[in-house]
Ligand binder design. Structure first.
Ligand SMILES: Nc1ncnc2c1ncn2[C@@H]1O[C@H](COP(=O)(O)OP(=O)(O)OP(=O)(O)O)[C@@H](O)[C@H]1O
Ligand SMILES: [Mg+2]
Length: 406
């Protein structure tokens, strides 16, 4: 696909005048379009999925997985297929494991795309990003510190508190300090002075609602905290249960593609706002491992009927992206309290980008149609935004990319 003309300067959304726009973006729209066109036949891209620690030669010693492991290989293939559809000629899919550097070197990789939750060990979401930093391979995805902050719900929530962004009251516990004793735990008493239950107990680093428990009675907390600890061998998060509607919204950088046309915005691109539909007796959204995300599990929000929720969602998405200096996509999971006020549950650093097929979709892609965006638009948006950042802010460190340009 030949890239079409950027619209930004033509439609008056040039960033140069906007106080929120990083200076790197201004005046480069046409140039970026030409650069991407040149890269279609020259750039070697590797999409990275989570390696399997039991595969021969994947790791030196097998260790534990505090974060429930999944390969995400099928989604990596969806991303690779879309890149090829867009026109990139050299795209491979490789596992995140001990041979990653060797594989990338062998394939002459210029740029990677992170679609891995890691192989094993603590903070696995950060490992491939850290390795790519060390190897000098630029990538689409979050840097190691950001990935680690976002994938540790308690660390992320501490940032939210500092930034004044609403999130449910919470404490953490680690069983190395003994049993959890809410009656005498001063942090618990302070955090939950206005909340008598129910509670949610969950892993600090988890996925797909795994090991997430609703606890009605404070007296049951010690046992459930111990269960989650034994399942994950990591810190455990205890937070107030939010009884209201549940929503998601994705947010990414300033450069995006709509109907095959690149645009430059003046604000982060918040999109795909949906409600996760819960059954009447479904307090915790059922794991997608058990019940795949189908069209009837999500509802695209309506600009008129859902205006108040949409306003709150857009403001939360914009605040998280800008205040945390994010540089790549996240999907915010959000839930309302009893009064309808929205609170951020988490920001997923590697949201599921499964391409919709046979009624099974992903929470981000289920909301694309309402934006007039295709799956290829989503993938081109994320890639173009990263290239824009590299070429304007990190030009000196990506000479192997700029050498590919005329
Ligand atoms: N404080 C809360 N109040 C109400 N429901 C909650 C709360 N925390 C979690 N949940 C429920 O549990 C589900 C999973 O929680 P969360 O999003 O924090 O973890 P996850 O397992 O990483 O999710 P994901 O499916 O996005 O990977 C949420 O979608 C929501 O239904
Ligand atoms: Mg979630």
């Amino acid at each position: 696909m030949a890239l079409q003309q950027f619209e930004s300067e033509a439609n008056g959304t040039d960033t140069a005048q906007h106080p929120l726009s990083p200076p790197r973006r201004s005046g480069r729209a046409d140039e970026l379009e030409r650069q991407i066109d040149q890269l279609l036949g020259r750039l070697h891209i590797a999409v990275i999925y989570g390696g399997d620690k039991s595969a021969d030669g994947a790791v030196i010693h097998r260790t534990l997985n505090p974060r429930s492991w999944k390969s995400y290989q099928a989604v990596a293939q969806d991303i690779a297929d879309a890149l090829q559809c867009i026109g990139f000629r050299h795209v491979i899919v490789v596992p995140d494991d001990m041979r990653l550097g060797e594989n990338l070197q062998r394939h002459g990789t210029h740029l990677a795309w992170l679609n891995s939750g890691g192989v094993q060990g603590y903070n696995p979401m950060t490992h491939a990003a850290a390795m790519l930093e060390m190897l000098g391979i630029p990538y689409v995805g979050h840097d190691p510190l950001t990935a680690g902050t976002l994938d540790n719900k308690h660390v992320f929530k501490r940032e939210l508190l500092h930034l004044g962004i609403p999130t449910a009251p919470f404490v953490t516990w680690h069983l190395a300090r003994g049993a959890f004793r809410p009656k005498v735990n001063s942090r618990f008493i302070h955090a939950f002075k206005d909340h008598w239950g129910p509670f949610v107990v969950k892993p600090v680093s988890g996925r797909a609602s795994l090991h997430v428990h609703l606890v009605e009675d404070e007296a049951d907390l010690p046992d459930v905290v111990a269960d989650v600890y034994h399942a994950t061998e990591n810190h455990v998060l205890i937070e107030a249960f939010l009884p209201g509607h549940e929503f998601c919204i994705a947010v990414s950088g300033l450069v995006m593609s709509k109907a095959g046309r690149l645009q430059r915005r003046s604000d982060p691109f918040a999109f795909a706002a949906i409600e996760r539909r819960l059954e009447p007796d479904e307090k915790i959204f059922t794991s997608m491992d058990v019940r795949p995300i189908t069209e009837n599990r999500v509802r695209a929000l309506n600009t008129q009927a859902d205006a108040a929720d949409l306003d709150q969602l857009h403001e939360l998405a914009r605040a998280v992206f800008l205040e945390m200096n994010l540089e790549s996509i996240v999907r915010l999971d959000v839930r309302a309290d009893g009064q309808g006020k929205l609170h951020v549950l988490e920001a997923n650093p590697k949201p599921d980008l499964k391409k919709p097929s046979n009624d099974v979709t992903s929470l981000v892609c289920a909301g694309l149609a309402s934006q007039g965006m295709s799956y290829d638009d989503l993938i081109l948006s994320l890639l173009a935004d990263r290239l824009d950042l590299l070429f304007s802010q990190r030009r000196g460190t990506v000479t192997h990319l700029t050498d590919l340009l005329d």
